[in-house]
Design a binder for this molecule. Structure first.
Ligand SMILES: [Zn+2]
Length: 455
């Protein structure tokens, strides 16, 4: 359940606006208002009713900064911001216990307020982890008496998890007798499909947790960039694999087992399929923007100038070379997926989705190569290039239609009447899946205009 932060889906509504910590920000509830708990408990009751027989209630609590409203600020000034998170935690844990559930709490704000969070993800060279923890520990120990003792602290880390800070956090819980579970992720925030390295990240944290004697684990599956859920199975199966047998099969053995179990033994040799597609998707994500990626960019790619033929192709030489290779890669990969669809005895919907993604992600490459052809100085070649550009736009529309239709077999594509709660995550920018083509929506009309001028 989401709260104290991550609450845009509630706090976007007029009726709940007065519960915001900051009036202009839909993210967080104010922990000092009784009505915050009325709403939060109502949501918990829904969750409890929806999960009969469940032992736990995940109360949320992550990625939230409070302490700025007139009610909270004096507490934050006097006792520190972490005291506010713990005040909220105490009340929601009491609710969970009264309803027969063991509360689970995302723990990032604990280490964030203690100033040690930066040592727990992607250690930086030269970082003095021991020194940072020496400063942070007194903050943690001073507030230790306020940490609920019958709550499970969920140490979430979705990357490679053997960083010293992450190890220290698990040890700190163990030393103080606090219950801890780990959380890994089958999908974080990558668009179109989860990162290739999800199983490796999951294996690293489950292995570490087993060494530390931690017995609980959860595999999360985030929708922040909203890939199709069929692409999450590889990560979810890795969580099952390493949750049951942390020191079992190697990652390459897991890959073969996953393919055989998911699609049938005929698919055992397709061990490069996922990684290969993921690498192409990474190019798709940045192919048509000059800086950043689809989620965060300032400038779209420019278009060729007929009065200076060849200059555009020269300027984007590296990008065009990659695009040429990507078209070929998508073609051979498409054939492989088609073969697998013929041979495989199960997992066919996932293959259909992978095939649709493969075709769709090649769109930017096709457009780049076509634009390069239209950048020729010789008029016949140039005309042929312009035809290629038209074909690339048509192919994008077709591939997008195929992707939508494949997605639509298991997902509602549009939500009429939905009240937007747009914030920074990629998928939240739209209420339908068109957030994936915002770059094309911005660029293609410019290409169309350029085509009419060029013809
Ligand atoms: Zn407040």
């Amino acid at each position: 359940m989401q709260g104290l932060g991550h609450a845009t889906f509630i706090l976007k509504h007029e009726a709940y606006k007065h519960l915001r910590e900051k009036p202009e920000d839909r993210w967080a509830f104010c922990p000092s208002l009784d009505e915050t708990y009325e709403v939060q408990f109502d949501l918990y009751r829904d969750a409890i009713t929806a999960t009969p027989g469940g032992r736990y209630l995940h109360v949320g609590g992550d990625e939230v900064s409070v302490g700025t409203c007139p009610r909270c600020q004096p507490i934050a000034d006097r006792e520190g911001k972490l005291a506010l998170n713990l005040l909220w935690l105490k009340r929601v844990c009491a609710f969970a216990r009264e309803h027969g559930r063991i509360p689970i709490f995302w723990d990032d704000m604990i280490f964030n307020h203690a100033g040690v969070y930066g040592t727990m993800h992607g250690e930086r060279a030269g970082q003095d982890v021991a020194g940072i923890w020496e400063k942070g520990l007194p903050v943690l120990e001073r507030l230790l008496p306020r940490f609920p003792k019958d709550c499970v602290y969920m140490r979430w880390n979705y990357g490679p998890a053997r960083e010293e800070g992450n190890r220290r956090a698990l040890d700190w819980y163990n030393q103080h007798g606090l219950a801890v579970m780990i959380a890994t992720a089958a999908q974080c925030t990558s668009p179109l499909m989860p990162e290739e390295a999800r199983p490796a990240a999951i294996e690293s944290f489950t292995g570490l947790a087993a060494e530390r004697g931690i017995t609980g684990m959860l595999c999360t599956a985030w929708d922040d960039c909203s890939p199709h859920m069929e692409t999450y199975w590889r990560g979810l199966c890795a969580a099952a694999e390493y949750g049951w047998s942390p020191a079992g099969r190697s990652l390459s053995e897991f890959e073969v087992a996953y393919l055989a179990r998911t699609f049938g033994p005929e698919a055992k040799s397709a061990t490069d399929l996922y990684r290969d597609l993921w690498e192409s998707v990474r190019f798709w994500n940045r192919a048509l923007v000059l800086d950043g990626d689809r989620e965060r960019y300032r400038n779209l790619i420019d278009l060729p100038d007929a009065s200076d033929p060849g200059a555009w192709s020269e300027r984007h030489r590296d990008r065009i070379a990659i695009a040429r290779a990507e078209i070929e890669r998508a073609r051979t990969r498409g054939e492989r997926v088609a073969e697998l669809l013929k041979e495989s005895r199960r997992g066919r919907f996932q293959l259909e989705i992978l095939g649709a993604i493969n075709r769709f992600q090649a769109g930017p490459s096709r457009l780049l190569v076509a634009l390069a052809a239209a950048d020729a100085s010789e008029s016949v070649a140039r005309k042929r290039g312009l035809e290629e550009v038209r074909a690339a736009l048509a192919e994008h529309a077709d591939a997008w239609g195929e992707l939508r239709s494949s997605y639509g077999r298991s997902r509602i594509l549009d939500y009429p009447g939905y009240v937007p709660d747009h914030y920074f995550h990629f998928a939240s920018k739209r209420h339908d899946i068109s957030f994936m083509i915002t770059v094309e929506e911005a660029l293609h009309p410019k290409v169309e205009a350029w085509l009419s001028e060029s013809s």
